[in-house]
Design a protein around this ligand. Structure first.
Ligand SMILES: C[S@@+](CC[C@H](N)C(=O)[O-])C[C@H]1O[C@@H](n2cnc3c(N)ncnc32)[C@H](O)[C@@H]1O
Length: 393
């Protein structure tokens, strides 16, 4: 049996939401009482004006399956960030089918977010880091505004040119460019007294990158780059996969890859919270489709997602035109409109078991953790009871 060391605090989603609600709404919090609450984070699936949605074609990416659309809403987004003025404390810049570094304004967004006092998280494949650094001083500027609440997450997903090529479906030599960029980030991090931002590497496992040599190589890379963490996990079935397909995927892919990976990963997993990089493995229970039959969704208190198509969505898992029925409204910088949209995202009558599962939409890991924990909460008394019983300490 592999020893699974608990994930770092950034991955304790229910706990983070509890902290957010205590800090923002406090004793006044009553779920679904008709008053909008600023969520803990907004996730932005950043579009760009190049010919490409993304510069990779990862085998595990939902972008292969969902309908894609892009709307260049840069001006509106600058306005929204300014008007929010830090009231949503975390901005996660990522994509469902886009790569955020393809947008040349990315650094300006990050600088603006930081000027409002909010934190950022950036999810990227890292390919353009080196090029953006030489053209825009992208990484230097980013590191100069960061603090320990910020993070960069690079989707490494490989330990060699060969597995990189198979997983990302681009020439393996590009692995060197990713490593060059992450290396620059690691060096800049060293120069920051507080070693900010956090540098997280992620590694989605598949039959081409699960061998011991691949894993050992990625751990060495994480160490050499000065990464804070290296997360291994099993790719979930792309969102949009009909439920029977997701259940089949679980038994035919997740379970065998988990068994294989558990054996190979065991010697490399961290056993102390002090380890740097902290190497950990998220098991398939964290994304188990059989645990997702909830009658209410608390995830709207955790986040709202701005899709690359300019629509606001309930969840990062549904932020594409494939899930048009999960749209909350069109992107706006006007606060009174935005608040109305937030309220729609905190709707007591939204039943995920009826609305998500039949549409092939599933909980993200964060939504699963939050709904499994917060599903026990019906009023503020329940919330405080859970806290006092240490369930959300
Ligand atoms: C879709 S990517 C887009 C951002 C960027 N292009 C990148 O590669 O990180 C956003 C995040 O989703 C994760 N991801 C993509 N497909 C996944 C899957 N099938 N299962 C789990 N995570 C997945 C990636 O590892 C990445 O952290």
């Amino acid at each position: 049996m592999v020893k699974i060391v608990s994930a770092p605090s950034g991955y304790q989603h229910a706990q983070s939401l509890r902290n957010h609600l205590v800090n923002s709404a406090g004793m006044n919090f009553r779920p679904f009482d008709g008053r909008p609450v600023f969520p803990r984070q907004i996730e932005i699936h950043l579009p760009n004006s190049t010919m490409l949605h993304c510069n990779f074609k990862c085998v595990h990416c939902e972008g292969r399956l969902v309908e894609k659309d892009r709307w260049s809403y840069d001006k509106l987004l600058f306005g929204l960030i300014r008007n929010l003025d830090g009231r949503i404390p975390n901005f996660i810049i990522s994509g469902a089918y886009t790569e955020p570094t393809l947008n040349r304004n990315l650094i300006n967004y990050i600088e603006l977010i930081k000027s409002t006092g909010a934190n950022y998280g950036l999810h990227t494949n890292g390919l353009l880091f080196a090029c953006r650094e030489s053209k825009q001083k992208f990484l230097s500027r980013l590191f100069s505004v960061s603090d320990p609440g910020d993070y960069i997450s690079v989707s490494l997903d490989a330990g060699s040119h060969a597995s990189f090529e198979k997983t990302k479906q681009v020439p393996g030599i590009l692995f060197d460019k990713v490593l060059e960029g992450v290396g620059i980030a690691g060096a800049l991090k060293d120069q920051n007294k507080d070693e900010s931002p956090k540098l997280r590497l992620t590694y989605l496992l598949n039959p081409d990158n699960v061998a011991t040599a691949e894993i050992e190589s990625s751990v060495k890379i994480a160490r050499a780059m000065g990464a804070d963490s290296l997360r291994f996990s099993i790719p979930y079935a792309p969102y949009g996969t009909p439920m029977p397909g997701s259940i089949h995927y679980q038994s035919s892919f997740e379970v065998p890859v988990f068994a294989h990976a558990s054996k190979n990963l065991a010697p490399y997993l961290s056993v102390s919270g002090e380890d740097r990089p902290f190497v950990f493995f998220l098991p398939p229970e964290t994304q188990d489709v059989n645990r997702m039959y909830f009658s209410r969704c608390f995830h709207g208190y955790n986040m709202i997602t701005l899709g690359a198509d300019g629509m606001l969505y309930r969840c990062s898992s549904t932020a594409s035109p494939t899930f048009a029925g999960h749209r909350l409204g069109i992107m706006t910088r006007k606060m009174h409109r935005f608040m109305k949209i937030l309220l729609k995202n905190q709707d007591p009558d939204f039943n995920p078991a009826k609305r998500c599962m039949p549409a092939g939409a599933r909980c993200t890991r964060a939504a699963l953790d939050i709904n499994a924990t917060f599903g026990l909460i019906h009023d503020s008394q329940d919330l405080w009871r859970l806290i006092s019983h240490g369930l959300l300490s």
